[in-house]
Design a protein. Structure first.
Length: 183
C-alpha cells in the first residue's frame, strides 16, 4: 500500500500538557484548536510524515487569568506568534512503538524534539472511512523555547516548573483518493 493522506478528527483527538506549579502540584491544560496533516504509509510507518499546527490563543487551563498570562508576552506571546508547530523529520522504530523526531517551533524558536509514539491501530469507522489512532508523548524544557518567566517562592523553588509534559491523542481519517493519487 502506498502513502495516503489523513486529517485530524478533532472530536476524538487532543493535545494535553502538564507543568509543575509551586514545586508539588501540576497545572494541566489543552490546546483546543489545532490541525494535523498526516501522510501515512501503513506498510511501513517509518516512511510516514506529519505536521501539527496549534493555535496559541486556544490554550486552556480552565483558569481565565492564567490562560491570558500564557497567551501574553510573558509566555507564548500569541499576538506575535499565533501558532506552535511540529514537523516530523524522521520516524523510526523504537521497541513496540515509534520515535517521531522533528522540529518544534514555539515563539519563533525551533528545537529538535522526540515524540514517543504508540500505534493504537487502524480500522473502519461504522460511519464510513478508514481511521488510524496514535498516542504520543514528550517532555520539553520550556526555557529552550524562550519561556523563561518565573517567580521564586519564599519556601524555596519556583512558581512554574521548567519541564512540560506533553501528551497527544490522535484519531485520523483517511482522505478520499484524488485523481491520479493512489488510495
Amino acid at each position: 500500500m502506498s502513502t495516503r493522506q489523513w486529517t485530524l478528527d478533532p472530536a476524538h483527538s487532543g493535545v494535553h500538557f502538564a507543568v509543575r506549579h509551586m514545586v508539588v502540584a501540576k497545572v494541566r491544560g489543552t490546546f483546543d484548536r489545532w490541525t494535523l496533516r498526516l501522510a501515512l504509509d501503513e506498510d511501513d510507518l517509518t516512511r510516514s510524515s506529519f505536521e501539527a499546527t496549534l493555535d496559541a490563543t486556544s490554550i486552556n487551563t480552565r483558569n481565565e487569568q492564567r490562560d491570558n498570562d500564557l497567551r501574553s508576552p510573558l509566555f507564548l506571546d500569541a499576538a506575535a506568534h499565533p501558532t506552535l508547530t511540529f514537523r516530523s523529520t524522521k520516524i523510526e522504530r523504537a521497541g513496540d512503538g515509534y520515535r517521531a523526531i522533528g522540529d518544534l517551533t514555539i515563539r519563533g524558536v525551533t528545537r529538535e524534539v522526540v515524540l514517543e509514539v504508540d500505534e493504537a491501530g487502524f480500522g473502519k469507522s461504522p460511519f464510513g472511512g478508514d481511521r488510524a489512532v496514535f498516542q504520543a508523548r514528550a517532555v520539553i524544557d520550556r526555557k529552550d523555547f524562550g519561556l523563561t518567566w518565573n517567580r521564586a517562592l519564599e519556601t524555596g523553588g519556583v512558581l512554574v516548573g521548567d519541564k512540560v509534559e506533553i501528551a497527544i491523542d490522535v484519531e485520523a481519517i483517511a482522505q478520499a483518493a484524488e485523481a491520479g493519487v493512489a488510495a
